[in-house]
Design a protein around this ligand. Structure first.
Ligand code: GRG
Length: 406
């Protein structure tokens, strides 16, 4: 796992430095960011809607904003960091999958259930969620003059990956996917009934692990993730009529399906560290911004990455009838996308036409721009923590998210 992360980071060291330079030269001062965002969103006003969304959904962010505004140094002016977060956390992460598998196997004697439930813990994933949870935990512990990682915080990192993989299993059943991570997806190998129950089993074992932590606050925080995931998936089944409603709907869905897990896991480890409300909020907002950026890049990669790199087919979202950020942005330049969005790209030629229009529009650039905005915000929040290798790694994570190719 650490090797995977390391080689990925090595290959991107230059990109990372470039990203810091880009941040410095484009988006970091509020004024220049505003003018750039106006450019990117042009006549559309979509970015303004995104900002409205952010305001509505983040009233609590004000605390973090006040804290971060006390910092004078901007992320763009930071020196380059050549830290590999996966390498830094090598000891913490190396047995995460083995420990998860031990928990799952220890809770059933049914061999087939064991095999299905452990199938996605084979080490092919990026382990983003445990990595971010442990990084935040260590950065916050350091901030509070406490070295090391609590066993309970490492448990949260494991629980986070378990909830993630349970949701992937259910998602693969719903979408009837054939491939994930370059392998046959779980539902391609076993029946839907067995696979769905295996997903439930992972969630149940994760719930036992949450109970063992004996913290009502952590239980509430992590339970919220599961309600968000389900609601996010439900939202994806419906469409909205107007462009305005559609973007708000998309961003709320994105928060619930992807960002909530990172945000609430970060908050849970902060609470276990004894963080007060302000500090827990910094952790939450860091995870939330990283999660939103991650999903925006995911939606972008669906249009530009090869299926080999992604380990699943490209333009998968369009084929599933989903209009993600690149399409929603493109729609402003090419309104003919509207009826296609409403019929969920069901008519012959819809997927191909929508794909072409997205590439002809500024939709991909606008999506990347919005993702960068969230990364910049994540870096700004991380800057409010005491300087440490873990804090610096939180900056690097934002680079990894924006520059990832798979
Ligand atoms: C059973 C908890 C539960 C939920 C049911 C199906 C569903 C409701 C929610 C689906 C949530 C989902 C699959 C969101 C997609 C998030 C996402 C971007 C996944 C890909 O993450 P990566 O690239 O995956 O980090 P790896 O393979 O690296 O682990």
């Amino acid at each position: 796992m650490a090797c995977l992360g390391s080689s990925r980071l090595c290959a991107r060291a230059e990109k990372i430095r470039q990203f810091h330079r880009n941040i410095a030269s484009t988006a970091l001062s509020t004024r220049s960011f505003r003018s750039s965002s106006e450019q990117a969103a042009s006549s559309t006003g979509l970015l303004r809607r995104c900002q409205n969304f952010q305001n509505e959904h983040n009233c609590r962010l004000n605390v973090a904003r006040v804290m971060s505004s006390m910092q004078t140094q901007q992320p763009g002016s930071l020196p380059d960091y050549r830290i590999d977060p996966y390498q830094l956390l090598e000891d913490d992460l190396k047995d995460v999958y083995e420990d998860i598998k031990r928990e799952l196997i220890g809770n059933t004697t049914n061999e087939e259930l064991r095999t299905i439930a452990t199938y996605y813990f084979g080490g092919q994933g990026k382990a983003l969620r445990p990595m971010v949870a442990i990084l935040i935990a260590r950065a916050i512990n350091y901030h509070k003059d406490r070295n090391g990682l609590l066993a309970s915080q490492r448990q949260v990192a494991m629980i986070s990956e378990m909830i993630h993989n349970a949701s992937l299993i259910h998602d693969d059943v719903i979408d009837q996917s054939d491939f994930r991570r370059g392998k046959p997806s779980v539902n391609a190998l076993w029946s839907q009934k067995k696979v769905t129950m295996a997903g439930d089993f992972i969630l149940a074992v994760a719930t036992m692990m949450i109970a063992r932590l004996q913290s009502d606050d952590v239980t509430l925080t992590l339970s919220q993730v599961i309600t968000d995931l389900v609601q996010g998936e439900f939202m994806q089944l419906g469409s909205k009529e107007t462009e305005n409603e559609r973007f708000t709907h998309y961003l709320t869905k994105t928060y619930r399906k992807t960002a909530s897990l990172l945000a609430n896991s970060a908050k849970a480890v902060a609470m276990l560290s004894g963080a007060d409300e302000c500090l827990s909020e910094v952790a939450f907002q860091y995870g939330r911004n990283i999660g939103l950026a991650f999903q925006l890049v995911d939606d972008l990669l669906d249009f530009v990455s090869s299926s080999d790199a992604m380990g699943k087919p490209t333009a998968a979202d369009l084929k599933l009838g989903l209009a993600t950020a690149p399409v929603l942005f493109a729609c402003e330049r090419y309104p003919e996308l509207n009826p296609m969005i409403m019929r969920r790209f069901q008519e012959p030629g819809d997927v191909e036409k929508a794909f072409e229009l997205v590439h002809k529009s500024q939709g991909l650039e606008q999506t990347r721009f919005l993702a960068k905005k969230h990364c910049v915000e994540a870096v700004r929040l991380a800057q409010t923590l005491a300087e440490s290798p873990y804090q610096k790694s939180l900056f690097v994570v934002s680079d990894l998210v924006i520059n990832r190719i798979k």
